[in-house]
Structure formats: structure tokens, C-alpha cells
Design a protein around this ligand. Structure first.
Ligand code: PMP
Length: 366
């Protein structure tokens, strides 16, 4: 594994000495189902609105620091006030700022892995300790009682709904109980929320839980990972802190213009989301058939995001063969604790999913 040079190990802040240089580990392939992007084209009308908005955006002026027009549109959509929204350069920036502002030495972040690896990474950058309540090793369900007991002594909690990479959602009643138990802030990361069943979102709890932070992004359902735009919703005093610690111009003019056009046209995304959900069901059935033929270890977990987690024998080898022989990229989690022989596969277009299933059948000799 790559390491920093000895010189850098001496010069970097001591708590960062173990950090690894970034390795994108990316191979261009014809079909990329590795990053949970939305592989569908933007709806035609939305693409035209985006192009028009981009063409009309002056580049010589700094952006509106707080993206107020976008905040107003998001606020109207979610039925909250502008003061309850902060926009960021992708969900990642907001996650980092959450740890930067509210974590720190002597503070503890509670997470429930396997989950999004950036939480622990950002916690380490911000010198925040991490307490982990591991999910059930077979079902990946959250352990309610342990979670609530740990939340009572945590400064921060992050739960993911649907969870990346296991796909399950946090029932709003559990989110409410965690908010009640935790003396600090509780973030529910709903990056994939639009793909989940109706009623799964915890955003409605914002009215009653003033320590709740809900994270959304335009990278997934809105098919706009490239523009880097996410937002958090929380009580106004929490949002004031998000506003105070951020880099003032982190959300550039082009991003604000595209995001505003996309969010205004949000209803046009409903058919895409519906198609991803129905393709997810079809992919699940196909993977279930493949996994069932690989007893005893073959398993696929029913997920509510735009991806599925599957366990197959020799998953790393299968992933490599998919890439090298079939030009299909999926994400290998074999190395991650609790995820031995697991691959995470983004739900693609019908053609991409057919191609993936055919390649898997060929590789697994079925
Ligand atoms: N949360 C989760 C669970 C994710 O999987 C991702 C992206 N992979 C993000 C947040 C951040 O997404 P973005 O920075 O693209 O908004």
C-alpha cells in the first residue's frame, strides 16, 4: 500500500502521519457500475434547461456564497425555511465540515459500519474518535439497543439511509429515538434517499428534533455527480455553523446554475427514479439466481439505493475478470471488515444490467 515519503511523515501534522496518498484506482471501462452514479441520461427537457442556464451564467463574478436562490428552491420543495439549508460542494464537503465544526479532539463520532468509509476518514482528519456499533454480520441490520446506548455517550452520530453499501434504510422511528438519546448532533445521510420507498425519509423529523441534520445530494437521483452539489437541512443555529466554517466560494456559479435548473425540474426525474427502482428489482432477481447457485456463501441483500450488495465466491477475482474480460467495473469490498467476498453493483440502464448479468453468468459458469 502506498505511503507518504519519510520527509512528509515528519512534516505533516502528527495525527495525519498514517495517511495514504490518494489512489483513484480507476480503470476506464465501457460500463461503469462502480460509483453509484446515475447512469441514465438527464431527462431531455432538463438537459435543455441546464444548457440554457449555463449559457446565461456570467463567469467573471464570484458566486453567491450561500447559494440563496438554490436554497429558496430547495426550501420550497422540502417545506422548510431557507435558514434551515446549507449547500455544499457535494455531500462530501458537508460531511467534512460536520466533523470539522462539531468533532475534534476529545469528541466521539458514532457510526454503524459497514457504512460509507469517508465518515471515519473525515473523523480522522478532524481528530475525532470513532465508536463503531457493527451491524448484524449476516443481515446487516442495525443493533437498536446497542446503538441507542452508544448514542447516549456520543457527541455525533452518522447513520446512512439507504446505507452504502448494505442498502437498508433507517426507520424514522429509530432515527427519532437516536436523536432523543444523543446529547449532540445526529446526521442521517440520505444521499440515496430518493430511490427508497415512500415514507423512508427522516426529513419530516426536523420539525421535532432540533439536533437532527439530514444530508442530501444531487449526485445520485439527479444524475449530477459531476457538478458537486449537496445540501444539509437542520435547525437554523446548526446551519449557521455550517455556513460559518465553509469555504465561502466552494459552490461555484456553474454548479449553482445547474443545480437550480435541475431542482426546479425535479418532477421530471420521477420516471428515471421509477426505472432505477424497477431495474433494481430485476437485477436483484438475476443476482439472487446467481447467488443461489453459489451455495453456501452466495447472498444478495435487498437494498433501497441505486445499488445492490452481493456476496459471491472469489469476489475479487470475479471483479477483476468483469473488468478485464467484459469491460465492466463494479466495486470490490472484499478487503473491508464484515464484507468478505462482497461486490457492490450500481443499478445501471437495462442494457448495462443485462450485460452485467450475462458476464456474471459466464464467469460463474452458469
Ligand atoms: N453519502 C454517501 C452514503 C455516499 O455514498 C456518497 C457518495 N458516494 C456521499 C454521501 C457523497 O456524495 P457527493 O459528495 O457526491 O454528494
Amino acid at each position: 500500500m502506498a505511503e507518504l515519503s519519510d520527509r512528509m511523515k515528519r512534516l505533516i501534522q502528527p495525527h495525519l502521519a498514517g495517511i495514504e496518498p490518494y489512489d483513484p484506482n480507476f480503470t476506464p471501462t465501457e460500463v461503469n457500475l462502480s460509483a453509484n452514479e446515475n447512469t441514465y441520461e438527464l431527462p431531455a427537457g432538463v438537459r435543455a434547461a441546464v444548457d440554457e442556464a449555463l449559457a446565461a451564467t456570467p463567469l467573471n463574478r464570484y458566486p453567491d456564497p450561500l447559494s440563496d436562490e438554490l436554497r429558496d428552491e430547495l426550501a420550497a420543495w422540502h417545506g422548510v425555511s431557507r435558514e434551515m439549508i446549507c449547500v455544499g460542494n457535494g455531500g462530501d464537503e458537508l460531511l467534512y465540515n460536520f466533523l470539522l465544526a462539531f468533532g475534534g479532539a476529545g469528541r466521539t463520532l458514532l457510526t454503524c459500519p459497514p457504512d460509507f468509509s469517508e465518515y471515519a476518514f473525515f473523523a480522522s482528519l478532524a481528530q475525532t474518535s470513532v465508536e463503531r456499533i457493527w451491524r448484524d454480520e449476516h443481515t446487516f441490520e442495525l443493533k437498536r439497543d446497542e446503538l441507542l446506548a452508544a448514542a447516549a455517550r456520543a457527541d455525533l452520530v452518522i447513520l446512512t439511509s439507504p446505507n452504502n453499501p448494505t442498502g437498508d434504510v433507517v426507520p424514522p422511528a429509530l432515527a427519532r429515538a437516536v436523536c432523543q438519546a444523543c446529547p449532540g448532533l445526529v446526521m442521517i445521510d440520505e444521499a440515496y434517499g430518493e430511490f427508497a420507498d415512500a415514507g423512508a425519509s427522516c426529513a419530516a423529523l426536523l420539525e421535532e428534533c432540533d439536533n437532527l441534520v439530514v444530508l442530501h445530494t444531487l449526485s445520485k437521483a439527479f444524475g449530477a455527480a459531476g457538478i458537486r452539489c449537496g445540501y444539509v437541512m437542520a435547525a437554523p443555529d446548526v446551519i449557521e455553523v455550517f455556513g460559518a466554517v465553509r469555504q465561502i466560494y466552494s459552490v461555484n456559479v456553474l454548479t449553482q446554475a445547474v443545480a437550480l435548473a435541475a431542482v426546479r425540474a425535479r418532477d421530471a426525474f420521477a420516471p428515471v427514479i421509477e426505472q432505477v427502482r424497477s431495474e433494481r428489482a430485476r437485477l436483484f432477481a438475476g443476482l439472487q439466481e446467481l447467488a443461489a447457485a453459489c451455495t453456501p456463501e452466495g447472498t444478495v441483500w435487498a437494498g433501497q439505493g441505486n445499488f445492490l450488495l452481493v456476496r459471491l465466491p472469489q469476489a475479487s477475482r470475479v471483479r477483476q475478470r468483469l473488468r478485464d474480460e467484459h469491460s465492466i467495473l463494479v466495486r470490490d469490498f472484499s478487503y473491508a471488515p464484515g464484507l468478505a467476498d462482497c461486490l457492490r453493483i450500481t443499478v445501471g440502464t437495462p442494457e448495462e444490467n443485462d450485460r452485467l448479468l450475462a458476464a456474471l453468468r459466464a464467469e460463474l459458469g452458469q
